[in-house]
Ligand binder design. Sequence first.
Ligand SMILES: Nc1ncnc2c1ncn2[C@@H]1O[C@H](COP(=O)(O)OP(=O)(O)OP(=O)(O)O)[C@@H](O)[C@H]1O
Ligand SMILES: [Mg+2]
Length: 1015
Amino acid sequence: MTSAPSSTCARCGEDNPAHARFCLGCGTPVIAAGGEGESRRTVTVVFVDVVGSTALGESTDAETVREMLLGYFAVARQALVAHGGTVEKFIGDAVMAVFGVPVLHEDDALRAVRAAVEIRDAVRGLDGELRERYGRGLLVRIGVATGEVTTGDRSTPTLVTGDVANLAARLEQAAGPAQVLIAPATYTLVQHAVGARQAGALSLKGKAEPVVPWAVGSVLPIETGPPRRFAPAFVGRATERAVLDKALKQARAGRPQLVTLIGEPGAGKSALVRDAAGRWADEVACWSMRCQAYGESSGFEPVARLLRTLAAADGAEPTAALRGLLPAGPDREAVVAGVVALAGLAPPNPTAPNGAWAVEWLLRSVARQRPLVIAVDDVQWASDPMLDLIAGAVSSEERLPLLVLATARPEFVTRRPGWAAPGDGRTPLRLGPLPEPDANELLSHLLGGPALPDRARDRLLAAAHGNPLFLEETLGMLADDGLLARGSGSWELTGELTDVPLPRSVAALVAARLDLLAPGDREVLQHTSVLGVRCERAALVALLPPARRQEVEACLARLDEADLLHAELVGPGEAAEPVLSFHHQVVRDVVYAAVTKRRRIVMHAAAADVLARNGAGVERGSAASGLMPGVVEAQQAQAAHHLEQSVLLATELGPLRATDRARAGDAVHLLVGLSRQVGARGETAATADLLRRASRLLPTGDAQLPRVLAELGSSLVDAGQYDAAAAVLTEAQGSAQDRQDHTAAATAELAGLWLAAARDPSGWALRAEPAAHTALSAFSRAGDDGGRARAWAVLAEVAFLQCRIADCKQAVQRASRFARRAGNVREEAQNAGVLALTALVGPLPTEAALRRCRRMLTTYRDNPFVQGRVLTVLGVLLATTGDGAAAQAALASSIERLESLGQPVLTALAWEALGHAEDLLGDAPAATRALRRSLHDLDAVGEVQQAGWARCSVRPTRTRRPSSSPAPGLPRQWRTATPRHAGGCRTRVQRFRGRPVPPLGAPTRYWHCWGTATP
Ligand SMILES: Nc1ncnc2c1ncn2[C@@H]1O[C@H](COP(=O)(O)OP(=O)(O)OP(=O)(O)O)[C@@H](O)[C@H]1O
Ligand SMILES: [Mg+2]
């Protein structure tokens, strides 16, 4: 396998010498496979420009213009910076700012829109002043757009490149005076917080679809908190409610309590606090504060807001209202003065007492009068003095009915480790995912009824993984995309929900948390994300650059505490291995998406290399690597995945380099090898998937392509995907012709015959026989034993259909011999299945047939495909002996195995066999049910041949038609083109009914063994 040198450039993929510090290809500092360099992130860009500045310059003195513009620049910069934006450049009179660099915030889009609206309104004010003074004003127009960009790391300039900056500029140009136009992607993220209307569509250069922006009128202030789209009824959380109730009880008994609810964004911390406050409303006073991520003028602003609300509560004069909360006493006026000053309700007064002291005093004295609950939301954003104030209030020696409910994101625990340490009236309460039944109930509330099909519900629940906000945002996104629509009172799905994409809002939440991590921790997380949502710790360590390995322990502990990555021991006793799993698939996806594609290419290749060193190399078998075959196969599958990802990512970036092509070759080698292994077990869907992936990696004209396509076509036929099979086989034939690859052409030809047998069986045997002989010659000339096996398998089927059972058996045995010689287990297994069938329909006496089947079950004990096939036959044989229980058990097991292998046609045949068995056993309704099921499944995949048989079996059973007339339901062409088959069917049906077999001409021994077994 190719190895990925540690000095491969993460920017351009150049393979540099190991000692190179700068890339020979592009001059970028070389970052080892592990190093953190550029990242991908979603940012929001704001573009502001002055309306008609050229005309202004012509008509107004330069000094006045300068004064006007400086005023505008100051206003713009101040608003942008206050909301956390980075002013990137001033271009003439235009200002461009980016939200999301150098640090991401979960609400960057909303911050940007707030800043834009603030600039617009402030400049409007400025415009008024200027008009009064100079008779000329100044207005701006603003464009805002959100999108993914690549940025340098924090040590390099934050140059933002990508479509998003152009779009913001175009929106700005299209906006009218004092208008803010925002892009649709931005609107999606802020829609619940803005008043906006759609503006006219814009055609943009290089974009096929016009963009329809939104003109923003107003935006909710920061103080309103994060906007939530839904307000569902509260569900579940019984254990957590009980913890809160207990804490309240203890507080009421005079022991002040601090409960801190810790959980990822959207887990439901605030909802749980709201629920508790609602339930306790009659017994306690409840005051709420919310800490903000930004925009607070002082560290005590959350308290100040609360005080202002209390002061305004009953319409009294503010100071009097606050005074009314306190009992009369010597400290009252001092406390009021301190509180009023802290709340900003009076002009600054240097003689006022310390505000924090006054607030703590206020809280205690209120609690002395009535049990008091203080809810403090989002303490991760609280200042240290604010946290000290809260902690001080509850750690008083005094007996007080005071309960503080704080909510925090997991990273807060690292910031204040002692805050939520249990004991001394403090209780940390971790809020995990909502259990499935509760999440399901929440989903019903959100939808307004159980309107979704089970599969879609399961998909949604799995994607949200118990996070209520993720569930809400996902539904919101589906509604925005039109996949959910309001039905009569509830939401209904308008199409199939095949996969659930990640809502932008959720991605933004997670990305912002990740941006807070130390670079080393983030790097470990990024490597883990390349390995998947779960991986062995050893694999991660092997993938990390040596410098990082020493700190991995501490790093994983921090990531665990931050609820991002958890470790557990998996496996029995001492052999247990530490396995790492992301807290949530979403976390993994967001981490992975932030890694640049160039780095992902290198990291995936390095992961494949680690696996190869562990024994996943194609040429290394289980014996050489000392690993179990199953483990080797799993590792090979992973190695193939990593190589494949590396190549596909490289394809997205431009023409493949030699290294990429070598990796593609390795990946194809592994994928084709794996397809043979899973094919041998009869896993057709998986086989087709592997071959399809291999074919995607092969360039047109590659020598391997015809063969891979022919095999893919063949497995698609087995999987019952007939349309796809037909398309691939046509492509295979074309590609085989181009490369003059006769054996691939013959392979495709044979697969085409099986396809015709399923879809167009009329006269099939007559067409198939000469075609199979031609293919056989091509394979013989090339010495291709696997091909010969396949050709003999077709000839066996021809003989079977012509009721030449002895010939059939001989052909099968030949096919098996060649398959064994070629080491083609898949073909051998297929033949074993047919061989079992000859035991049923051939002249073999029942006892001998049973013995053959049992022998095969032992021989192929490790092959679920052969087991499934043999059990189909065994079940019917057992039914002919009258052993109903054994027959049903064998057939149930057969159905289960074949179904789990993704073998729709063979599963349908097992259902059909069950129908016959039930009929033999005398249970006509059960027989009809099973036969109908078979027919239904065959019809579902568009299979015609077997369906014809099933159809003519099901009708007589149901209607008890006289058997002398031709079996109804048999396709016309069957009756005319292959009368023998019709005869066979009729014979079979009559045999089930216990009637004598009428003479039908040639193939009278077709159902011989059943004749010998039934009484
Ligand atoms: N148990 C629940 N029953 C019903 N709805 C819930 C429940 N828990 C959470 N929700 C809903 O899920 C959404 C997110 O919950 P909430 O805002 O409480 O999360 P949070 O943990 O406080 O997140 P953040 O850390 O971002 O503040 C809200 O709309 C809330 O109403
Ligand atoms: Mg919250």
